[in-house]
Design a protein around this ligand. Structure first.
Ligand SMILES: [Zn+2]
Length: 305
């Protein structure tokens, strides 16, 4: 795999990080400081794979246990999207997901055949999910979870960041479509397992639904937006059209990115120091910290969650 050159981000002013001071049992704000020349300004940060490096204007380069690749990519995303840049202490504080201009029109209402047992089962399952999630649709939860999984995977993996984030010359449309495929996979896996809660869905089951011979079936799913019927499908018309007309190489890029997003999250849960989980048991609702998000990125004002 070719070596990825990740963007650098420079700060004119000091970057202050809350650091645990074990000797006094407190957390104190400390500026990042060059260990060679004590510079605290004009510092440059760069993520490289799983690591992050800091350099000063004299050319010294060092690492700091608090300055992780995940943190640097969150800062890179903030800078790229024109948001105020801050140091994200901890893990995920920022939705690392590129903006993507698109028509938000939703696809027509999914067709139901009341006499078809499969449709009847799906409707019964949807009603159960709707109740469990306090009047939120299951696909809403799937989209939210998929974006969370993608955001963490992009922030923690340089190769995915380079493929999916325009700050590193990645393709925002690929980030969008792979996230839609993860959401459809979550939705299908939940229905197959007849569960309403995403933390009962195994990511390995979702990954299996994204295998080359199975992934095209996901393009035929039409999750409803609101029950009872009379509302449009919860998928954007543009996504339906793209899935129906995509070339084989496009499908392969989206599918592979979706699988890699799931695998990165599985790998992280397996390697976690706190309550690690066997790969087969990693669920869709990870212990990883959640960040604020809503669904306006997908459907505009609907639904309001
Ligand atoms: Zn220096």
């Amino acid at each position: 795999m070719s070596k990825v050159v990740e963007p650098r981000i420079q700060f004119a002013s000091e970057v202050v990080i809350p650091k645990v001071q074990e000797e006094i049992g407190a957390v104190l704000d400390e500026p990042v400081i060059c260990p060679s020349c004590t510079a605290t300004r004009e510092l440059t940060f760069q993520a490289r794979g799983r690591d992050a490096f800091i350099s000063c204007s004299c050319g010294h380069e060092w690492t700091d246990g608090y300055v992780t690749a995940i943190a640097v990519r969150q800062m890179t995303h903030l800078a790229y999207t024109g948001q105020p840049v801050f140091f994200p202490a901890g893990r995920m504080r920022v939705v690392v997901f590129p903006d993507f201009e698109d028509d938000l029109t939703l696809a027509p209402e999914p067709k139901k055949d009341r006499d078809d047992p499969a449709d009847h089962d799906r409707f019964r399952w949807e009603v159960g999910c709707f109740t469990t999630h306090h009047a939120k649709m299951m696909f809403t939860m799937c989209l939210r979870t998929a974006r969370h999984l993608t955001s963490f995977a992009m922030a923690s993996d340089g190769n995915l960041f380079a493929r999916l984030h325009p700050a590193a010359d990645g393709v925002a449309l690929d980030a969008h479509m792979s996230t839609v495929l993860v959401a459809l996979g979550l939705y299908d896996a939940a229905q197959r397992a007849d569960v309403a809660k995403l933390h009962d869905v195994r990511l390995s089951d979702v990954s299996a639904l994204l295998a080359p011979e199975r992934v095209l079936a996901l393009a035929d799913l039409r999750p409803p937006l609101l029950l009872p019927s009379g509302h449009p499908c919860h998928l954007r018309l543009s996504d339906v059209t793209r899935m129906q007309t995509a070339s084989a190489p496009e499908w392969d890029r989206w599918r592979q990115a979706a699988v890699d997003i799931l695998e990165r999250n599985i790998e992280d849960a397996v390697a976690r120091k706190y309550r690690p989980v066997p790969a087969r048991e990693v669920r869709a609702d990870p212990l990883a910290d959640w960040f604020d998000d809503d669904l306006t990125w997908y459907t505009g004002e609907l639904p309001s969650v």
